[in-house]
Design a protein around this ligand. Sequence first.
Ligand code: NAD
Length: 356
Amino acid sequence: MNKTIAIIKGDGIGPEIVNEAMGVLDAVAARFGHTFTYVDAPMGGNAIDAFGVPLPDSSLETCLNADSVLLGAVGGPKWDDQPSANRLERGLLKLRGAMGLYTNVRPARMFSELSDACPLRADIAARGIDFVVVRELIGGVYFGEHRTGESGGEQKATDIMSYTEHEIRRVAHVAFQMAQKRRKRVTSIDKANVLDTSRLWRKTVTEVAKEYPDVELLHMYVDNAAMQIVRDPSQFDVIVTENLFGDILSDEASQITGSIGMIPSSSMGEGTRGLYEPIHGSAPDIAGQDKANPIGTILAAAMMLRYSFDMAAEADAIEAAVDETLKAGIRCGDIMRQGCTLVGCREMGAQIRCRI
Ligand code: NAD
């Protein structure tokens, strides 16, 4: 297969980690007989320096014309004081909006070799952590009306939370289809005992479930879910939830697995094109020092193969290579343990590449 991938290296450690992910993709292309063509799409602080804006139109076009997009990370102290129209988040939101990305998927998976980095009790960690959080990304209270005014002599603020059936339905389909490729269990999380949006959420997800008779559906209130994620994360396969709950629960989920440098994320819309990135930022404190852990970005590339290109065996090959590298005791600084071998970003990439 021939695929064109828009590459946003970004700032800080972005270029270092993306280079290693591209190296791993090249190894996959060689082993499986594919051709991946990379097209650079400058975005972030470097784009402000070169073009005066965080996301030049030419970069947006590159992304919209590509089969998928791989992003390192953007930002850094140098660009913190940009005027609001030029803030880096604007570039990211513009890209997400233009690509129509309404679903964010974040896996929470603990590598058995890194179980000592898990903050949960050993007997809980021993049951394993391997689930994904599917979060609605462009609806709910974050995108509702925000208002601050006066009422009865004091300030009053209001944020409107709304959902339509179609906004719920499309993200539910993503969750059920993902569950079909996994352990076939969806837990839908809401606050249906209090919120109308949640009651519509629950009703709509239940309707969508009828199209997926092979997938089990459970409903859970968000307060209980926040407890269950730390009490027994092994019960979850695919979690689906609205924007605000998903923002909070996906951060909780990534914390229980260990290092921030290990976790990928994908954002999808209609069709197969997605935006794939690690969950961490540009780590300016270690940028340019060959210290960054590239595994989050490499696993984001694996997600791209699995979900955008339907290349399950190729994605498995990357995930197995990461597993084997960790089993061999190879570690970057952020996941270093006594008795292991400390390597830099480039060497970690090379170690994973040679195991593809
Ligand atoms: P960060 O995630 O960049 O770093 C937090 C800590 O984790 C740092 O100590 C860093 O060294 C470490 N770390 C992060 N990724 C690592 C990796 N791959 N390997 C080893 N260590 C790693 O968060 P921050 O310091 O709050 O933000 C730095 C910049 O990144 C800011 O400008 C912020 O706006 C931006 N940011 C960008 C994105 C994005 O591009 N999607 C996301 C979050 C933050």
